[in-house]
Write a protein that binds this ligand. Structure first.
Ligand code: SAH
Ligand code: SF4
Ligand code: F3S
Length: 462
């Protein structure tokens, strides 16, 4: 009998990609995916450790799952609770101690072994033993070589991990510890996967890596390709109409990659380029290996290559020792650069990271005040960007039906969600539009999305 699995994903796009691959591994092992934990034989929480709240959410979820698990046990059935991802990697043994309901803990580099790990848990359960298993190795074998093919169609927009891990060791960040050292997948493996995704209907591919622009994948001729070259190669694949990549580090924003923004029409005019702070003193303490003006220069070069490029960033306020003047420097950088979108966070001390033991931690109320001020500025820039799109005509990649009747949802080249209102006749056959790129006239810009109508009177429902 087929078993069922519910996979819940926390954290970044790389975890979303990993959850899809975990789904593939389990599909090949006879599991059917379900969309809730109720009644599932296996629940996988694919976790994130980046900030304190992210990890706490996992423990609360385990608490809720324990009730379901106990109820199933009372009926003589089992539910295996598995923790995957970055909390598993960072706190595996502690999780096992703190939450006895957890059966299995694995890390981001061992999920190809899930069938064998689950078999160990099940064998122990069959003997009436607890059978708790932990596998957070950084194995020498590459998990990508052991993953089965894609079990389900990715939809019009697909993620593809090309690079993993991080060697940068920013002093606030857990990623180098949870994901391990930087590695790049070979060019041929990436192109083969991109080709399969295109064959399954993907029109947009987002190349992923914790430091995606540090990509240096082996080429068949023995050389290595950087991300700019990889983007050129992916653009040659039939069916791929759009390419994006994330997340990039300013230090690896090379001339070749910047030139790709000028030369590859499929590369979308949008870039998420985290800077974290605008004060050189703080950037140094963060071990970012770039100053604020280096970042400004990169932005100038990007805009020279692709004048309409929309920028997004990540910011941390209240890093230890951040003064009011340092914070003002972040606001000044934001004013100079002008973002279309951004993410900003209060500094969260993470166990085992150098910054967490620095003496001059900023107090919580001050962090909150700075975050509110920064977010007000970023929100106003985002609203201004969105307002300026009104009346313009964009190519929108249609992804799925919208939340409101009569609407479908797509994405602009600049990465905004676009709610597209259709007339009744077109709506009745909206399926034909999913996965196509369509011209849309933007009629309104909200804080987080745009809305408009199809700007193609010649299009009639087939
Ligand atoms: N590799 C990417 C980002 C990885 S983490 C990069 O180098 O930019 C995503 C974002 O989470 C980071 O850009 C940072 O802004 C935020 N972040 C990471 N650690 C944090 C911490 N300890 N406290 C608050 N925010 C953090
Ligand atoms: Fe974390 Fe810095 Fe690596 Fe990004 S570059 S993943 S912020 S250590
Ligand atoms: Fe979180 Fe791990 Fe991604 S810590 S942000 S899931 S790399």
């Amino acid at each position: 009998m087929s078993k069922s699995v519910f996979i819940k994903t926390y954290g970044c796009q790389m975890n979303v990609y990993d959850s899809q691959r975990i789904g593939d591994v389990l599909a090949a092992d006879g599991y059917t995916a379900v969309d809730g934990p109720d009644g599932a034989d296996l629940v996988v929480l694919n976790t994130c450790h980046i900030r304190e709240k992210a990890a706490e959410k996992v423990y609360s979820e385990v608490g809720r799952l324990k009730a379901l698990k106990d109820a199933r046990h009372a009926e003589g059935r089992t539910m295996i609770i598995a923790i995957a991802g970055c909390v598993g990697q960072a706190e595996g043994p502690e999780m096992m101690r703190r939450a006895p309901a957890i059966d299995l803990v694995l890390g981001p580099q061992t999920y190809h072994r899930l069938p064998a790990l689950l078999a160990r848990v099940e064998a122990a359960h069959a003997e009436g033993k607890p059978g708790r298993v932990l596998d957070t190795d950084f194995p020498a074998d590459d998990k990508f070589d052991h993953l089965p093919g894609e079990a389900t169609a990715p939809g019009p927009s697909a993620f593809l991990t090309v690079q993993e891990g991080c060697d940068k060791f920013c002093t606030f960040c857990v990623v180098p510890y949870t994901r391990g050292a930087e590695m790049s997948r070979p060019v041929a493996a990436v192109l083969a996967e991109a080709g399969r995704l295109a064959g399954l209907g993907a029109r947009e591919i987002t190349l992923l890596g914790q430091n995606v622009n540090a990509y240096h994948g082996a080429r068949a001729d023995g050389g290595s390709a950087d991300l700019g070259e990889l983007i050129h190669r992916v653009a040659e694949i039939d069916g791929i109409e759009r390419i994006r990549y994330t997340t990039s580090h300013p230090r690896d924003m090379t001339a070749s990659l910047i030139a790709a923004h000028r030369d590859v029409p499929q590369l979308m005019p949008y870039l998420h380029l985290p800077v974290q702070a605008g004060s050189d003193r703080i950037l140094k303490a963060m071990n970012r290996s770039h100053g604020a003006d280096d970042y400004r220069r990169i932005v100038d070069d990007l805009r020279a290559a692709r004048p309409d490029i929309a920028l997004s960033g990540d910011f941390i306020v209240g890093f230890p020792g951040e003064t009011e003047a340092d914070f003002e420097a972040t606001l000044a950088l934001v004013r100079d650069v002008t973002y279309a979108q951004a993410y900003s966070f209060k500094y969260s001390p993470r166990p085992g990271t150098p910054a967490s033991v620095l003496a001059d931690q900023v107090d919580e109320a001050e962090k909150s005040r700075r975050l509110a001020a920064l977010q007000a500025l970023l929100d106003s820039q985002q609203q201004a960007f969105n307002d300026a799109t009104v009346g313009r005509r964009f190519d929108v990649l249609i992804e799925r039906p919208g939340r409101r009747p009569g609407q479908i949802l797509g994405r602009s080249p600049y990465n905004q969600a676009v709610h597209v209102t259709l007339d009744d006749q077109t709506m009745s056959s909206y399926h034909a539009l999913i996965g196509t790129v369509f011209p849309v006239t933007i009629e309104a810009g909200g804080p987080n999305s745009l809305s408009g109508r199809i700007a193609a009177p010649q299009w009639t429902a087939a």
